[in-house]
Design a protein around this ligand. Structure first.
Ligand SMILES: [Zn+2]
Length: 250
């Protein structure tokens, strides 16, 4: 399977250099306040994986998670710091893995979260969806129970990359073999983004089914996977496709 299988190297994942085994996503951790959207310090290489930790462990053990840099199989290499993420039950503790060939360590980030964000992918997606429907950030914030400033930040970031993201998703749809045109000129760039996301999701589910290697295929998980968790991170989409080594998308 092509989609949602490959590994993606991403720079920009939060990491707290004061803790050797601490490079999880930004969120509530050990009583620390949220640092939504703010970088900690060092950057780490990131690989998108499914939310099901058991499956992640099985794939790692059987050498099915490739290094995004050299395609050698990754091996378990400790854990990132446990963190709470709004919208996800329990505590998230991403696995760390190391390539036995190039010796680079990667954080395996589930598609249920985005780099630099303390809220679940689906929560952020709901805010973006609401914006496409014409809602302002305050109303969306109230609906989702998220601080208005946080929602405003999400919308600002995505608002500045709507066309680039749309083009990336159209590219994904094309590679996955979607056979219908992606609507354009809907009069509202946000809706055009959703149209592209819908096409990408339809292409992926049409080709691979509604339950991919990385778990249930939802539109926002497609967006997370195709951006390697960087949907709202600096530098994404890359100006030159492939510059970040994104192999999660077809
Ligand atoms: Zn490697």
């Amino acid at each position: 399977m092509i989609f949602l299988v490959g590994a993606v190297t991403v720079l920009g994942f939060l990491e707290d250099a004061s803790d050797e085994d601490d490079d999880g996503p930004p969120a509530v951790c050990r009583g620390r306040p949220l640092r939504e959207g703010r970088a900690g310090c060092a950057e780490a290489s990131l690989v998108t994986v499914e939310a099901d930790q058991v499956r992640v462990e099985l794939r790692l053990a059987s050498g099915q998670v490739d290094c995004p840099d050299c395609q050698e199989a990754l091996r378990r290499w400790g854990w990132a710091r446990p963190r709470g993420v709004h919208g996800i039950a329990g505590v998230l503790r991403p696995r760390r893995a190391r390539c036995r060939d190039c010796l680079i360590t990667h954080v395996l980030l589930p598609v249920t979260v985005l780099a630099r964000r303390a809220y679940a992918t689906e929560v952020i997606g709901a805010a973006l969806l609401a914006r496409a429907g014409g809602a302002g950030h305050r109303r969306t914030a109230r609906t989702l129970g998220v601080p208005a400033a946080t929602v405003r930040g999400w919308l600002r970031v995505m608002g500045a990359r709507l066309e680039a993201t749309r083009l990336r998703l159209v590219q994904v749809a094309g590679r996955a073999g979607v056979d219908r045109p992606v609507l354009k000129a809907l009069g509202w760039p946000w809706r055009e983004l959703l149209a592209a996301l819908g096409a990408a999701t339809a292409a992926v589910t049409g080709r691979f089914g509604g339950f991919g290697v990385l778990g249930p295929v939802t539109a926002w998980r497609v967006a997370a996977a195709c951006s390697a968790g960087r949907l709202l991170s600096p530098g994404w989409p890359p100006q030159h496709p492939g510059a970040t080594g994104n192999t999660s998308c077809p």
